[in-house]
Design a protein around this ligand. Sequence first.
Ligand SMILES: *[C@@H]1O[C@H](CO)[C@@H](O)[C@H](O)[C@H]1NC(C)=O
Ligand SMILES: *[C@@H]1O[C@H](CO)[C@@H](O)[C@H](O)[C@H]1NC(C)=O
Ligand SMILES: *[C@@H]1O[C@H](CO)[C@@H](O)[C@H](O)[C@H]1NC(C)=O
Length: 333
Amino acid sequence: MGGDLCSRAMALVVGAGLVLVLALVSVHAELQRFEQPVKPDGSLSFLVVGDWGRRGDFNQSQVALQMGRIGEELDIDFVVSTGDNFYDNGLTGELDPAFEESFTNIYTAKSLQKQWYSVLGNHDYRGDVEAQLSPVLRRIDTRWLCLRSFIVNAELVEIFFLDTTPFVLSYFTDSEGHTYDWRGIKTRRTYIANLLKDVESALKASTAQWKIVVGHHAIRSISHHGDTKELIKHLLPILRANTVNFYMNGHDHCLEHIRDSESPIQFLTSGAGSKAWRGDIKQTNRGNVSFFYDGQGFMSVRLTRSNAEIVFYDVFGEALYTWNVSKQLHSAI
Ligand SMILES: *[C@@H]1O[C@H](CO)[C@@H](O)[C@H](O)[C@H]1NC(C)=O
Ligand SMILES: *[C@@H]1O[C@H](CO)[C@@H](O)[C@H](O)[C@H]1NC(C)=O
Ligand SMILES: *[C@@H]1O[C@H](CO)[C@@H](O)[C@H](O)[C@H]1NC(C)=O
């Protein structure tokens, strides 16, 4: 009798423990991972484009054409989209024709028929945000993969894709007449705290030669939107502490390369996939800017174990700027 009571009490304790463990696991779901093979020679190349979906207008088609040409030249392995995939207000649903009109029918070159890894931008949150994440789109065009936050592991590099829109407080407090689709984000505080924990532990665990973080919003920018103060405060310290090599973003419709004053991180903006030429350039941080171009274009990245080569191209596919870094040099900075 006594033994029976005791074992029943034990079962209760074990049961409660299990519930607790399950609760912790569900709050701290790890970021989803995707494996991306490298070339037989161990190198990897990809293109980065942002702020593009305008049914071909504002030179989107011209940029796409040149992406195809450069993609062929570099024999790219995949394409990264830094968000604001569909203007003006994301997609209206899974069957919004804008998906094909702005993506499938625009990036038609053979070299671009590769996996696209995409994050969401603030304009994407102004539509049916879950539509862009839906497997239905992946069935319409198998290249498409957009998730809120995830990791791509390609042997010599790990790329951490982050959902940066919920970081920006003003979208919640002063939305300027826009409606944001915050389904899936119960509270902003919890969402970003969990994301930061997940990315920090994933970065700490990473043994890849190169670590790249991709988000829609700039940490540093001298263009229209400028720095994102929430990312400087919450994300940048984590990137600095975990020797991230590159932070890549869109949001500002330009191409730019800015150095970090306190770490080897390089800030690379590629948000010039369609409408550009804003013309307003901020004077802050000017001294850390290695390159700035206000017009349309895109970026290429070529990685080997010891070397990274970043190139920015304009709407004619002309290389405007090339930046090389070697791993030895890099760790010595
Ligand atoms: C398209 O690109 C050309 C060359 O940079 C530029 O002169 C033109 O203004 C662009 N068109 C638009 C709509 O931005
Ligand atoms: C470089 O950026 C830092 C912030 O990272 C800023 O404090 C500093 O003033 C900038 N330097 C110049 C010369 O603009
Ligand atoms: C960058 O490095 C690559 C590979 O080592 C080399 O082929 C290329 O010429 C370099 N580019 C520049 C601008 O130094």
